[in-house]
Design a protein around this ligand. Structure first.
Ligand code: ADP
Ligand code: MG
Length: 696
């Protein structure tokens, strides 16, 4: 029997553990640091470190590590044991406040985008006491921020923490204007719904593309995909169920509120959603969740694929980033309450989001740009590359009445009749869901659906927090001058709606008409990373991030460069993998099959010259033609990869990879898939899509 409450957080140095292990005075000082962001003095840190170590040892840990999120996208850790030599050839287990607060990993091998020359290798990690330490694989993991010797940030956590602070300040100004004198802190909250695929490990091992790239580069469509819609919410198979059970239990031990699990649309695709938490903790937890998903899969003879588009022809994976703002007393600032028309404070927060999204479409789009996610956005399965928002019919009616200066008549809640006596009738939700919108208001939060499944959500949330904070700041600047705040606020809401109407779209985001309509409205439609990333360092964005101390111009430039370079590197690896597979496996396999066909035809003829061998000969001819076409495509890709290396400038280089290399890969794939469809399964060198998608 699993005792969940007992298991929950058992590997976390959480509040309960702190109370148990820390002396009262130290506990209070640490709490102050956590709640008010006060610096921690070294005396306190020493005591905390000692207690943390005692706790960790009691849980069987032997090492500690600063756990941080460099620009690689994955989480970094370097483990040190607690041992310190003692007289008599013995050791004692030690851990100091200094070691807890600060680490000095060599920063030279982490991407810095030119911020830091290799000879200035020094980097620092600094403890983030707002995220609890935890034990993973026998190591005490201390969530930390990562910066260079000169103080430039090198990670994803620091800007996120800064943005949370900035939105806190601006939201508090608004609350004060509405007479709230008690709230001391506003925190942004996030609940990331994580999608993933599970494939059999033995099958996976036979696919170089999955091993090197996390996605398939070849593969003919299987006879069955997702067209029957029979996987979504379908019964979970025993093997997957066992995996999910162990995953849940492990996450609970890490203090992660794993809540919902279900099958997703594509075969072999699943989802896990936690209960929301503060953005910072949610980000750390999502990183830990992704790592845990992979680890647990391995134990079950499975591989967890977090890539945004592992398979062509079926849905890819995203990560819905549910976002809101909440006071320290737990009041959700995006809760419309019973009467939103009269809830001016809510309307101001909502208007701030609307304005932020419209003014900063570029930033939201680039926050979800990656080589993997570009395959997804714009396919008819995920929100398009065009950023717009959905508010639902009711809220739209409310807003329209404000915009037009009319009274709002609330529609009566409708009773849904089930027409079966044993079933209860229920009150219908006032608006249906819109599954196609990139950013949907879902009752009391915004759900940003464009985020890629493998991405660290820190970047997206840093941007959402900053742009909303900026809108709130402008609003507060104006309202603080007003004599009648409520009247001025209502006017502001009205004005915002009039100015930013174009960003609201309640229709089908997958339709062709929307692309045209969005163009008319002047909305951005930037389909790939190399197109959108240069906007990161536009004058407007440098000013925005500079104003709030999120990024300096140098940091922004470095981030854009890192992301552009990463994009080129990923496509380069994919192209080399495709070439390797093509030359070493596919060509020989097809050639062998052709030979076998030829030999068969000959053999048949030698036995009985009267038997027609048209079938063999025709198939042989078809495959020979395809093979020679394939060889030409190999050549084109080979040349494209070579030329790509010569293209200077990070933007130009990334653009070349997109336009020349990626397209050459696609052409190569088309021929390979055609050959696969015409080959005997025995001769094809890789497990088929059917096997990959349906073998678990
Ligand atoms: P669905 O998207 O399937 O309708 P829910 O609306 O229940 O599911 O929630 C999806 C996610 O949104 C969950 O992770 C949930 O914890 C999160 N969520 C709910 N309320 C908030 C909030 N105020 N702030 C951030 N995330 C939230
Ligand atoms: Mg959702």
């Amino acid at each position: 029997m699993v005792n969940v409450p007992e298991m929950f957080g058992s590997l976390v140095f959480n509040d309960a553990a702190m109370q148990e292990y820390l002396p009262k005075g130290t506990y209070k000082a640490l709490k102050k640091t956590i709640e008010e962001g006060k610096p921690l003095d070294i005396e306190v840190a020493n005591v905390v470190a000692h207690s943390m170590k005692e706790w960790a040892l009691a849980k069987g840990a032997t090492h500690y590590t600063h756990w941080f999120q460099p620009m690689t996208g994955i989480t970094a850790e370097k483990h040190d044991s607690f041992i310190t030599p003692a007289p008599g050839g013995k050791v004692i287990m030690e851990f100091s406040g200094k070691e807890l607060i600060k680490g000095e990993p060599d920063a030279s091998s982490f991407p810095s985008g030119g911020i830091r020359a290799t000879f200035e290798a020094r980097g620092y990690t600094a403890w983030d006491p707002t995220s609890y330490a935890f034990i993973k694989d026998g190591s005490l993991c201390i969530p930390t921020a990562f910066c260079s010797y000169t103080g430039d940030i090198l990670d994803k956590k620091t800007p996120l923490l800064r943005s949370m602070e900035v939105i806190n300040q601006q939201a508090l100004r608004i609350l004060r204007l509405f007479g709230d004198t008690t709230t001391v802190k506003v925190e942004t909250t996030v609940g990331p719904e994580q999608e993933y695929f599970l494939v059999d490990k033995e099958v996976y091992k036979k696919r170089k593309d999955l091993i090197y790239c996390g996605r398939t580069l070849f593969g003919a469509r299987p006879p069955k995909g997702q067209e029957l819609d029979d996987h979504y919410f379908g019964t979970i198979k025993p093997r997957v169920s066992a995996y999910m059970k162990e995953l849940d239990e492990t996450l609970w031990k890490y203090g992660i509120y794993a809540k919902t699990k279900h099958n997703e649309v594509a075969p072999a695709q699943h989802e896990l959603a936690p209960v929301f938490d503060s953005s910072n903790v949610a980000t750390d937890h999502n990183q830990l969740t992704m790592a845990t998903m992979k680890n647990i899969a391995d134990k079950h003879g499975l591989v967890c694929l977090l890539h945004e588009k592992p398979f062509a022809g079926v849905n890819g994976s995203g990560k819905h980033n549910n976002w809101s703002m909440s006071t320290n007393t737990g009041k959700n600032l995006l809760d419309p309450s019973k009467n939103p028309r009269e809830n001016t404070q809510f309307l101001i927060f909502l208007a701030a989001v609307i304005r932020a999204v419209d003014d900063h479409q570029d930033l939201l789009r680039l926050s979800v740009a990656s080589a993997g996610n570009d395959h997804r956005l714009g396919g008819n399965e995920a929100p398009p590359a065009i950023i717009s928002m959905y508010l639902g019919d009711d809220l739209t009616d409310v807003l329209n009445s404000i915009r037009d200066g009319k009274a709002y008549e609330k529609k009566d809640a409708q009773i849904m009749k089930t027409n079966a006596d044993v079933l209860p009738n229920f009150v219908k939700d006032t608006s249906d869901r819109n599954r196609t919108s990139p950013l949907a208001f879902t009752g009391n939060k915004f759900e940003f659906r464009s985020v890629g499944s493998s991405e660290n959500i820190a970047c997206t949330n840093t941007i959402i927090n900053t742009i909303v904070a900026d809108a709130l700041c402008e609003f507060a600047d104006r309202l603080e001058q007003a004599e009648d705040v409520k009247a001025a606020a209502e006017e502001l809401v009205k004005e915002t709606l009039q100015q930013h109407q174009r960003i609201i779209f309640n229709g089908d985001n997958y339709s062709e008409e929307w692309v045209e309509e969005a163009r008319k409205r002047g909305l951005l439609n930037l389909r790939s990373l190399p197109e959108v990333m240069p906007l990161y360092t536009s004058e407007k964005n440098v000013r925005l991030f500079g104003k709030y101390g999120i990024y300096t111009a140098v940091e922004l430039r470095s981030r854009a460069d890192i992301l552009l370079e990463k994009y080129s590197k990923i496509i380069n690896i994919e192209a080399l993998t495709a070439l390797d597979m093509a030359k070493k496996d596919i060509v020989p396999a097809v050639a062998a099959y052709i030979r076998e066909l030829a030999e068969t035809a000959n053999l048949i003829k030698s036995v009985d010259p009267e038997i027609a061998t048209v079938t063999e000969v025709e198939l042989m001819r078809k495959l020979s033609n395809l093979l020679s076409c394939f060889l030409k495509k190999i050549d084109v890709l080979d040349k494209a990869v070579m030329s790509a290396r010569e293209v200077e400038g990070v933007v130009e280089n990334a653009m070349f990879y997109k336009e020349k290399v990626l397209s050459a890969m696609q052409e190569l794939r088309a021929v390979a898939d055609e050959m696969e469809s015409n080959m005997s399964a025995k001769h094809w060198p890789y497990p088929s899509y059917g096997t990959l998608l349906f073998s678990v």
